[in-house]
Ligand binder design. Structure first.
Ligand SMILES: *Cc1c(COP(=O)(O)O)cnc(C)c1O
Length: 362
């Protein structure tokens, strides 16, 4: 760990999520960092201009940095954060990426490869040895665990150790796990990425991305990149995320309990051929036995579960991922991704089973 990285704080994550990123406790100070719309600042201070910094960004960055155990920078979206990481890879280098990863990342990597900017090596992240082998001549190993939408889990410690020994940087998209369930920097990763749009902000009302690192040189390079490229977060979005992250532990606990219960009940449902659930987290994927058309019908037959993309909000969503043409062909056509929310589990179950009962038999 470098000299000025934060040591692991003594307070529990739930306490830090609630108490960090607040103004100093002085008489009449507001409890929450205000929303500060500012394009510029009076000269002579640290901020100077709206593209370089904002107190509302800092409030959320302080909380997230502490939860992940590093220093955080926020961006206009998760994809803007991903773009920043990929922009720092030298031209002609190789990037190792999971076969199943967020499709926006796969798409951008493919586009960079076609433009001759870098080489892409896809790997099955459950095959630790294959990923480490691929890392031998790579500059960057991109990991997502659990993967979207197949929910495969990578051995982050072993892969990070192998990749680091080979001289490759490791970035982990921790959107699905959140820092409460997995802290990649402690497992050896160099950079953690979040689509804060999802669990961290948690209410499906803000787009925001983040990167967290312990390495000072990486932090400085990313900060300079953000200042110059300008993919800065919106001030309202930062404020919403700072408010949302206060309840992350409570929301995630309920959503995870709901997901565990639903995954167990769905496991032997006759209308399904497979249920994917890593045993933790609040994302579940199900495969409809009667095929893609029946899966589409399912997404139209629920009343409580909303048919929508995205995840990590308080409300439960479902979606057939292959409705997106960019989704990898190895994702089964009849796979439906469930983002389990914090509603009453019996209501969620009743809505799902009644929708499943309306499907044609396989
Ligand atoms: C949504 C998502 C992203 C992209 O984030 P945006 O905030 O939508 O730009 C990246 N990775 C994962 C795993 C995601 O779910």
């Amino acid at each position: 760990m470098s000299a000025d990285a934060q040591p692991t704080p003594a307070l529990a994550a739930a306490t830090r999520a609630v108490s960090l990123g607040r103004p100093p406790q002085e008489p009449d100070a507001p409890l929450s960092t205000p929303l500060v719309p500012a394009a510029t600042y009076v000269a002579g201070g640290d901020l100077e201009y709206g593209r370089y910094g904002n107190p509302t960004w800092t409030a959320f960055e302080e909380v997230l940095g502490s939860l992940e155990g590093g220093r955080a920078l926020t961006y206009s979206s998760g994809m803007a954060a991903a773009t920043a990481v990929l922009d720092l890879v030298a031209v002609g280098e190789t990037v190792v990426v999971p076969v199943h990863a967020y499709q926006g990342v796969l798409h951008q990597l493919g586009e960079r490869e076609r433009r001759g900017l870098l080489r892409v090596h896809t790997a099955d992240i459950t095959d630790t040895e294959a990923v480490i082998n691929a890392a031998q001549d790579a500059a960057l190993v991109w990991l997502e665990s659990p993967t979207n939408p197949m929910l495969e889990v990578a051995d982050l410690s072993a892969i990070s150790a192998g990749a680091t020994a080979a001289g490759a940087q490791v970035v982990v998209d921790n959107t699905f796990a959140t820092p409460l369930l997995q802290q990649p920097l402690d497992l050896g990763a160099d950079v953690v990425l979040h689509s804060a749009t999802k669990y961290l902000a948690g209410h499906s009302d803000a787009l925001l991305g983040a990167l967290v690192t312990r390495d000072d040189a990486t932090f400085t390079a990313l900060d300079e990149h953000r200042r110059s490229r300008g993919a800065t977060p919106g001030v309202l979005e930062s404020w919403l995320a700072a408010r949302g992250v206060r309840t992350l532990h409570v929301r995630l606990e309920r959503a995870q309990a709901n997901a565990t219960e639903l995954a167990a009940r769905l496991a032997d449902h006759p209308a399904l051929s497979r249920v994917h659930y890593p045993g933790w987290g609040a994302m579940v994927a199900i495969e409809v036995a009667a095929g893609a058309l029946a899966a589409d019908l399912l997404t139209r037959s629920t009343t409580l579960w909303v048919h929508a993309t995205s995840l990590g909000g308080v409300e439960s969503l479902l979606e057939r991922r292959r409705r997106w043409t960019a989704e990898p062909q190895s994702v089964p056509e009849a796979l439906i991704r469930l983002s389990v929310g914090i509603e009453d589990v019996e209501d969620l179950w009743a809505d799902l089973v009644s929708a499943l009962a309306s499907l044609p038999s396989p």
